[in-house]
Design a binder for this molecule. Structure first.
Ligand SMILES: CCC(=O)SCCNC(=O)CCNC(=O)[C@H](O)C(C)(C)COP(=O)(O)OP(=O)(O)OC[C@H]1O[C@@H](n2cnc3c(N)ncnc32)[C@H](O)[C@@H]1OP(=O)(O)O
Length: 630
């Protein structure tokens, strides 16, 4: 069948399409129907089913006689470690961990925060929660204690599972002190923590609160898989919004199982037993969907890679891993390829490895620039698929569905909508626009299985953020267009969220930190174009009257403050002191115009600007740090 047939098949009978896809899942109680309309534009999928994620991701493969197949390959160039874990080992390890969590009181519905680096134990912790029906919330290791505390207060976890440390090139990330700091800062206190002690740093455990990963499993009864309702939350994953308070995206159990399983063949073109590698982090949605759940549900081998595209030890690391572990489909962020390309533009490292196993490459997390795609195509000689999705959707909105049919690539486009997504471009008044016309990218409701049904404890915010602007549609927050062939083009965000090295960050959250500096009266943060990371944040600071300190010192202090409060992942390194910020007459800061000036792209004087002279001041200030060169 062609893509067109499959997409049309879904359009003709959406529920039939997903009921058929649902047959690939082992149900404790099969769903009576696919879609449940909850009213008020809220929908759930397979809500009346009973099912367990861990059973589908682990146990069923053992039951089917594939227990000896490798489930997880751990490859850590940082620690010079490689390890393979079979499905049977994974089942035993997860059942034991889940048993220990249960013995300490964790039950279905309890929240468990996971704060771990890229080690197999992070996946085991996720799966152990899934086994019990506990709702995990993984927090990325590059976030600081304050961000962890915000998530603890929102999710109210009964337990936190963490590692003693993470390892970044050249430095140890001291997770345990960060965790202790977060618990100190948060109003909600977990009952207990479980610490995986890494040999690179053994952390102090607080008697009665902190338990050793191995020790607390001693003598416990392994836990069986607990069937949960189809609409039971599998996890909460926090993502940046326009303010410092992150949004807790909920993923329902059954929808995730059905949708991710469908994508593994139809989009990523792998069969059970094939090796699939997503070089991301468990702290991001890619890590949830395509390091942990998708490949395991589908019976693939997944890779947990603890390293970087360059420097661990060189720009050939990706190719070594692909060749050594027989990777068939590889998923990474454009920023990672840009880093490799910068060090090895002519692909000398590529030539050192036999990459005949590699059949296709997938890029996501940020817009893939044509240069990077062409470079990857030339070097790797396989299809390079840019695809577009979001933390909210959990899987691709638009892609080239290679497992169905390889469509022609159009550089700059992540190709076409996937079944389940009725993508529409709307004007400001909410009317669909003609092909080739720029507008807000919206998706006609209902969204497909596996996407967010709501935000954790924040239904009003969910409606305000996604549903209210265009009634009957999900607002993606991206602007773009579709061409005559139905190809989607993503051009920009419609809000103040920026994307730095594939990490979605809130400029609003950074502004909240800058505004907390005692010498700062007013501030703005924008994302400027960066040839490596896509975008980089730049802060503008207006100091309080009477402050005559060295501007360089204030800048150093705010840079440190953002690292301490949000974390190194914010990559906030640039700030400038200015006298005034450009605003409209109603007081709105003209961030978009500031971005155009910084990037040297065309811009028009905003009709509502209060004082045009301020834009000259901003231009001069940006030139002092190497931007706005025209
Ligand atoms: C499709 C749906 C989605 O969008 S899901 C999100 C998809 N995004 C991704 O998968 C992210 C892709 N990006 C990456 O993997 C990395 O940025 C790559 C390309 C590997 C580069 O890494 P790196 O060189 O560390 O740069 P960076 O900008 O990521 O890091 C900035 C600073 O943060 C630090 N950091 C990073 N990760 C961690 C971590 N897990 N724990 C602690 N710290 C971390 C880095 O060390 C770096 O720190 P520093 O400022 O250099 O001191």
């Amino acid at each position: 069948m062609s893509y067109k047939d499959v997409y049309q098949g879904w359009k003709n009978d959406p529920e039939g399409f997903w009921m058929e896809a649902a047959q690939a899942i082992d149900w404790d109680q099969a769903p009576s129907k696919a879609l449940f309309d909850k009213g008020d534009n809220l929908y759930e999928w397979f809500a009346d089913a009973k099912v367990n994620t861990c059973w589908n991701a682990v146990d069923r493969h053992v039951e089917a006689g594939r227990g000896e197949q490798t489930a997880i390959i751990y490859d850590s160039p940082i620690t010079h470690t490689k390890r393979a874990i079979s499905y049977i080992e994974l089942r035993n390890r997860v059942a034991s961990l889940a048993g220990a969590l249960r013995a300490k009181g964790i039950e279905k519905g309890d929240r468990v925060i996971i704060y771990m680096p890229m080690i197999p134990e992070a996946l085991e912790a996720m799966l152990a929660c899934a086994r019990l029906g506990a709702v995990h919330s993984v927090v990325f290791g590059g976030f600081a204690a304050n961000e962890l505390a915000v998530r603890i207060d929102d999710a109210k976890p009964k337990a936190i599972i963490a590692a003693s440390c993470g390892l970044e090139p050249g430095r140890v990330v001291h997770y345990k002190p960060l965790l202790d700091g977060a618990i100190e800062l948060s109003a909600h206190k977990p009952d207990f923590t479980v610490i995986f002690q890494r040999e690179q740093e053994v952390a102090h455990l607080e008697e009665g609160r902190d338990f050793n990963w191995h020790g607390f499993q001693y003598g416990v009864e392994p836990a069986e898989c607990v069937p949960v309702e189809g609409n039971h939350p599998a996890y909460i994953l926090y993502t940046s919004g326009t303010t410092g308070q992150p949004k807790g995206v909920i993923r329902h159990t059954a929808g995730q199982l059905v949708a991710l399983n469908w994508t593994m063949k139809n989009l990523y073109n792998v069969d059970p037993g094939d090796v699939f590698w997503a070089a991301s982090d468990v702290g991001w949605v890619v890590g949830h969907s395509y390091i942990c759940y998708g490949p395991l549900i589908h019976g693939n081998t997944t890779i947990v890679f603890e390293g970087k595209p360059v420097g661990t030890p060189d720009a050939g690391t990706f190719w070594r891993v692909i060749s050594e572990h027989n990777v068939k489909s590889f998923f990474t962020a454009p920023t990672a390829f840009r880093a490799v390309k910068r060090e090895d533009p002519t692909g000398e490292y590529v030539k050192k490895y036999d990459l005949s196993c590699l059949k296709q490459v997938y890029l996501a997390g940020e817009r893939a620039d044509p240069d990077t795609i062409v470079w990857a195509q030339d070097q790797l000689k396989v299809p390079v698929v840019d695809h577009w999705w979001q933390t909210e959707t959990g899987w691709a909105i638009a892609a080239n569905p290679i497992g169905i049919e390889e469509l022609p690539t159009k550089l700059g486009s992540p190709t076409v909508p996937m079944p389940g997504y009725d993508v529409t471009i709307l004007d400001d008044a909410g009317h669909p626009v003609e092909p080739g016309t720029l507008g807000a990218i919206a998706i006609k409701l209902p969204l497909p299985p596996g996407t967010l049904p709501n935000l954790w404890n924040a239904e009003d915010r969910f409606k305000k953020s996604y549903l209210n602007s265009f009634p009957g549609y999900y607002e993606t927050g991206d602007a773009g267009m579709m061409d005559e062939d139905g190809y989607v083009y993503i051009m920009a965000r419609t809000d103040d969220v920026i994307n730095v090295a594939g990490h979605r960050l809130s400029t609003g959250a950074m502004e909240e930190v800058l505004a907390g500096h005692p010498d700062v009266a007013e501030c703005a943060v924008i994302g400027v174009a960066d040839s490596l990371k896509g975008q980089m944040p730049v802060g503008f600071l207006c100091l309080n009257a009477g402050v005559d300190r060295d501007h360089g010192d204030v800048v150093k202090e705010v840079v440190k403050l953002v690292r301490e409060k949000i974390g190194p992942v914010a990559a906030f390194k640039l700030a400038i002191v200015v006298d005034r910020l450009p605003k409209t007459r109603s007081g709105k800061i003209l961030r978009g115009t500031m971005v155009s000036i910084a990037d040297g792209t065309d811009w028009k004087m905003p009709a509502t600007i209060d004082d045009p002279a301020i834009l000259d001041e901003i231009t001069e200030a940006l030139q002092t740090i190497g931007y706005a060169k025209g």
